[in-house]
Design a protein. Structure first.
Length: 120
């Protein structure tokens, strides 16, 4: 089963949108870890087998977070981050991407599509 971890910068409406799609999603606030370091957040995602969803560009740094070292990262790169734009982008992504093959993948989610980088 695909599981997600929402970083503290992900709006609750997006978390609820993903949950209503039938996915298991936790967020940093709900698990009582707001303000946790980036490495701490990634450790939770690794330990629980979760794909991290974040706006933070440093999680897309493949030197510090190589794709083979985690269960996956979705880095949102949509500006301005209007809720309607975020939902539309996630809808397209969830329709087109095979989440069962997400392990070791970095996805940069953009307004009109997404880019994928996999572990080599």
């Amino acid at each position: 089963m695909v599981k997600f971890l929402a970083d503290e910068n992900i709006p609750p409406v997006i978390i609820e949108f993903i949950r209503k799609r039938g996915f298991n999603i936790e967020d940093v606030y709900k698990i009582g870890k707001p303000g946790l370091s980036d490495e701490g957040i990634m450790e939770i995602a690794r330990a629980e087998g979760r794909i991290l969803i974040t706006f933070d560009k440093h999680f897309a740094d493949i030197i510090n977070y190589p794709p083979y070292s985690h269960h996956g990262v979705i880095r949102i790169r949509i500006h301005p981050p209007l809720i309607s734009s975020l939902i539309e982008a996630f809808e397209r992504f969830l329709e087109k991407f095979d989440l069962s093959k997400f392990e070791g993948t970095l996805v940069v989610l953009e307004r009109n599509g997404f880019r994928v980088r996999r572990a080599s």
